[in-house]
Design a protein around this ligand. Structure first.
Ligand code: NAP
Length: 480
């Protein structure tokens, strides 16, 4: 079940939130601590209008909520809330008020016994869940993972505490996002989400992202998990390439972003979750190589891998950036209309680009902010190189490829080609896909150049990844 946290400053606003998101959710949590004034008649009215089960939560600041008053007053309010028709009430583990427990039991309101750690993950995580569950309550634990090791521990709850079906285990923050999307793989009975832009807790996704993009509520023990690893990674558009395609082909698969601090631990997590394949982004494209049993010719050539998947029980690495980059240029390359290219940058993406162009016998000039890296890549690939200051001496270019992260949001103002004068005859290709039109592309367009956008390459390489992951052709877009 997906649970929407209602955070209106009054009940009317919370009802509007519910109405807006109701198609995606099966449960709501009314955050009493967000109400400006607690009016029991209005809460009663809200409960009569919301047909799904409602949790009453009155959260203290120290547990991630807004309530700053005394415990005595809070417990009095919780007691009064038990007169209303809530399905669940959230009581933190340290509330030892027998009268609240007795009243909840008499009114058939189930207790969610919660524990929050806003700084880390307790080493006795499993024991704590057992304790919270002891009196037959739903055990809820929300912790703050500091590393991928912590994420491993949260996913292990599913195996270690299989006999406790009524539990909710959540990892907060960006690291914890996979534990929210794959909540069923942690053994949780539900997970929380918030309206976009109004996140109640760090890492909350919107109900629509959880439901329409990830279909998180459909995950079961047979769901094949795929993903992307990177650091940072949460800006990625790749889930929007893979998840709709799984859905269209009726595949029981999900593609999730994993913020990774250590590649070795990720391979352990991949074993634990039986992950079938994953995309690799900055800074792990080289770091994954020692863990691969097989690599493709391109990976060997480029020395970097952006796609890893299980092939006959062995991790195989391929590089779809190489072919994804070529896709929008295929016609010009096949007809040999591109003979000379200027490549800006000498990082991981530039390596794929230069090798791909050299494979078509293009003459390549590399220019990079750190000149030594340009020189090294030029030596390895049989290209030439120049310094940034010498950019104005580069002429007669058929293609200019911008491969640096300069220009990528939030650095939209950067244009690593600023010393170069466009003639209007060259094709301008930017690998950056956020924003779609970079400063570099704007200048190229003004000069009359044909532009190719980073999104074109992202989609092309993603389609190839999908085919490596699943063995199926990427589906055609549905007719609308
Ligand atoms: P990387 O290995 O970290 O390399 C970064 C490159 O950008 C280096 O050459 C670096 O120069 C240069 N750079 C960074 N900031 C700069 C600035 N302010 N001015 C000038 N140069 C700057 O990263 P990568 O994997 O190559 O990725 C680079 C970009 O390509 C990213 O924006 C990534 O999103 C994009 N990309 C897109 C696709 C796609 O499918 N569209 C695929 C792969 C990558 P120094 O050597 O001097 O540090």
């Amino acid at each position: 079940m997906l649970c929407l946290s209602l955070t209106g400053s009054d009940c009317a606003k919370s009802i509007i939130q519910y109405e807006k998101h109701k198609e995606a959710i099966q449960l709501v949590e009314l955050r009493i601590d967000y109400l400006e004034t607690i009016k029991y008649e209005e809460i009663k009215g809200l409960l009569s209008l919301i047909p799904v089960p409602v949790i009453a939560t009155y959260r203290r600041v120290r547990d991630g909520g807004l309530y700053e008053g005394s415990e005595k007053v809070r417990c009095k309010v919780l007691n009064s809330l038990l007169d209303l028709d809530f399905s669940y009430i959230d009581l933190e583990e340290d509330i030892k008020k027998q009268e609240l427990e007795e009243k909840a039991s008499k009114r058939s309101i189930k207790i969610i016994r919660s524990y929050h750690d806003m700084e880390g993950v307790p080493t006795d995580l499993f024991l704590r869940i057992l304790k919270l569950h002891k009196r037959g309550d739903v055990a809820k634990i929300a912790v703050t993972p500091q590393s991928l090791e912590d994420i491993m521990m949260i996913f292990k709850v599913n195996k270690e505490l299989k006999d406790i079906p009524e539990k909710v285990v959540i990892g907060m923050g960006d690291l914890g996002i996979p534990t929210r999307i794959l909540y069923k793989k942690t053994g949780s009975m539900f997970t929380f989400c918030s309206p976009e832009g109004q996140e109640v807790a760090s890492g909350h996704l919107s109900p629509e992202i959880m439901h329409d993009l990830y279909h998180a509520d459909r995950v079961n023990e047979n769901t094949k998990v795929f993903g992307i690893i990177g650091n940072p990674v949460m800006h990625t558009s790749s889930p929007k390439i893979h998840n709709p395609a799984f859905d269209q082909l009726g595949l029981n698969s999900i593609y999730v972003p994993f913020l990774v601090d250590d590649v070795r631990t990720f391979f352990q997590l991949a074993d634990l979750l039986s992950i079938q394949g994953f995309s690799v982004t900055v800074p792990f494209k080289q770091q994954v190589l020692p863990y691969l049993g097989k690599i493709s010719r391109e990976v060997k050539l480029i020395g970097s891998c952006n796609t890893v998947f299980k092939s006959n029980r062995v991790w195989k690495g391929v590089n779809t950036d190489f072919y994804g980059f070529l896709k929008p240029l295929q016609e010009e390359l096949d007809s040999q209309r591109i003979r000379t290219a200027l490549v800006l940058g000498a990082g991981g993406a530039a390596r794929s680009v230069v090798w791909a162009l050299r494979n078509y016998y293009c003459r390549v000039v590399i220019v990079n902010r750190t000149a030594d890296k340009a020189r090294l890549l030029a030596e390895q690939t049989g290209s030439s190189w120049k310094t940034v200051e010498e950019l104005d001496s580069v002429h007669d270019i058929d293609l200019i490829v911008q491969t640096t992260s300069g220009g990528m949001s939030p650095y939209d103002d950067v244009d690593p080609s600023s010393g170069y004068e466009f003639t209007g005859k060259e094709i301008a290709y930017d690998l950056v896909y956020k924003p779609k039109v970079t400063k570099f592309l704007k200048r190229a367009e003004q000069a009359g150049c044909r532009e190719i956008f980073g999104m074109d390459m992202l989609i092309a390489q993603g389609i190839l990844q999908f085919e490596s992951f699943t063995g199926f052709n990427y589906p055609q877009k549905k007719e609308s």
